[in-house]
Design a protein around this ligand. Structure first.
Ligand SMILES: [Zn+2]
Length: 122
């Protein structure tokens, strides 16, 4: 698939790579579930030197990327659990909470990656 080839922006987003060279890692820890250092990023790309610390508070804008995704995820999980899996309403909320628990850490990272790709100038 040409869009997912190495060196394309979509490949860079999926694999959390530098937006400039698509080779350098955006995060220090490669695992999305390394909770103590989940959002630790190097100051610059180790390969091309692209600055990842655009300005103080730059990544606060990533909340606006994750917010609609979380809303969609919670509502989707609730509807799935209640209407398709026929869970009781309380258990549907528990199900949505569990889904959010497991998708939350990668979601935090991908919201940063998307925000960086969308709004950081080259
Ligand atoms: Zn780079």
């Amino acid at each position: 698939m040409p869009l997912l080839r190495k060196g394309t922006p979509l490949y860079g987003i999926i694999h959390c790579k530098c937006p400039k060279c698509q080779k350098g890692e955006l995060f220090i820890h490669s695992s999305h579930y390394h909770l103590s250092g989940l959002l630790d990023m190097p100051d610059k790309c180790p390969l091309c030197g692209r600055d990842f610390q655009i300005e103080p508070g730059f990544y606060l804008g990533a909340m606006w990327v994750s917010y609609p995704v979380v809303i969609f995820l919670i509502i989707g999980s609730l509807l799935l659990a209640h209407f398709l899996l026929h869970f009781h309403l309380i258990m549907s909320f528990v199900f949505a909470g569990i889904v959010l628990l497991f998708t939350g850490p990668p979601l935090l990272r991908y919201s940063r990656v998307l925000f960086l790709y969308l709004f950081a100038e080259e």
